[in-house]
Design a protein around this ligand. Structure first.
Ligand code: ZN
Length: 234
C-alpha cells in the first residue's frame, strides 16, 4: 500500500533528485518545495523544472507528481555570508566546517516546509540530508532530524514525519540507489540534469554529469560515481 502524500525538499541537486524518486515510488501524491536564499548561482534552481518533467515520464510517477512551491528566504543569504551565497573561495574554517555551511539552513527549510505541508494536508517531509557527507554539516545529522521531527510535531500539534533516505548512504550508494529505484532512466536524469557544482559550472560534461570537476561538491560526486561504476563493473 502506498502512503498518501509527501513533500520533498527539492533543490535540483543529485541527492534531492534521488529523494524525489524515492518518494514517488512510495507515496501516492508527491509535492516539491524549493528555496531561494540568494545562492550565488541559480543553476540548481533552473534545473528543478527540467528534472520534475523528466521524472514524470518514468512509470506512473507523472500521475503522482503534484505541484512545486518556491519559497524565497533572502534574509538567510544576507545573514549567513557563506561561500554559497557570496563570491568567496570555498575553504575550511577553524571550526572544521567548510565556509559553504549556511548556519541553520536546514532547520529553516524544514520549518517552512512543515508550514506548507500543514496547509496542504501532508504529514511527511522528505529531505536529502546525509550524515556520511564529507562536510559534516551539523544540521544534516540524524540526531538533528529526530529533534526537528519532534519539535515540528509538537509545534504543529500533529504528527509530522521527516524521512531522510540518504542519511547513512555514501555518494556511491546514492548512485546505486538511483539505479535501484528508477533504473537507467533515473541514472540518466541524475547525470544530465541534476546539478551539484558549488561554482554553478555547466560547461563541461563529465561521465558523472556537469560541473567544474574540482570544487568539493564535484569531487564528491565524481568519486562516488567512480566508486559505484567500479563496483558495478567488477
Ligand atoms: Zn564544481
Amino acid at each position: 500500500m502506498t502512503a498518501p502524500s509527501a513533500l520533498v525538499l527539492f533543490s535540483g541537486g543529485q541527492d534531492s533528485t534521488v529523494c524525489l524518486a524515492w518518494a514517488l515510488e512510495r507515496f501516492a501524491h508527491v509535492e516539491t518545495a524549493g528555496f531561494h536564499y540568494g545562492q550565488r548561482h541559480e543553476v540548481e534552481l533552473d534545473q528543478r523544472g527540467i528534472i520534475r518533467d523528466a521524472v514524470a515520464k518514468i512509470g506512473d510517477w507523472g500521475a503522482r507528481l503534484g505541484p512545486d512551491t518556491m519559497i524565497a528566504l533572502p534574509e538567510l543569504g544576507r545573514l549567513s555570508e557563506t561561500a554559497l551565497t557570496r563570491e568567496r573561495e570555498i575553504a575550511f574554517q577553524e571550526s572544521g566546517l567548510p565556509n559553504t555551511f549556511v548556519p541553520g539552513r536546514n532547520l529553516l527549510f524544514l520549518t517552512y516546509a512543515a508550514a506548507l505541508a500543514y496547509r496542504r494536508g501532508i504529514t511527511t517531509l522528505v529531505g536529502g540530508m546525509c550524515e556520511t557527507d564529507f562536510s559534516g554539516y551539523p544540521d544534516c545529522r540524524h540526531a538533528t532530524m529526530t529533534a526537528m521531527q519532534e519539535a515540528l510535531s509538537l509545534g504543529l500539534d500533529q504528527p509530522l514525519a521527516i524521512e531522510t533516505p540518504l542519511m547513512f548512504v555514501n555518494k556511491a550508494g546514492t548512485w546505486a540507489l538511483a539505479e535501484t529505484i528508477g533504473g537507467a532512466a533515473l541514472v540518466d536524469i541524475v547525470i544530465e540534469h541534476s546539478h551539484t557544482c558549488y561554482l554553478g559550472d555547466r560547461t563541461v560534461r563529465h561521465a558523472w554529469g556537469y560541473g567544474c570537476g574540482v570544487c568539493p561538491a564535484c569531487q564528491l560526486r565524481a568519486n562516488g560515481y567512480a566508486q559505484w561504476r567500479g563496483s558495478t563493473v567488477a
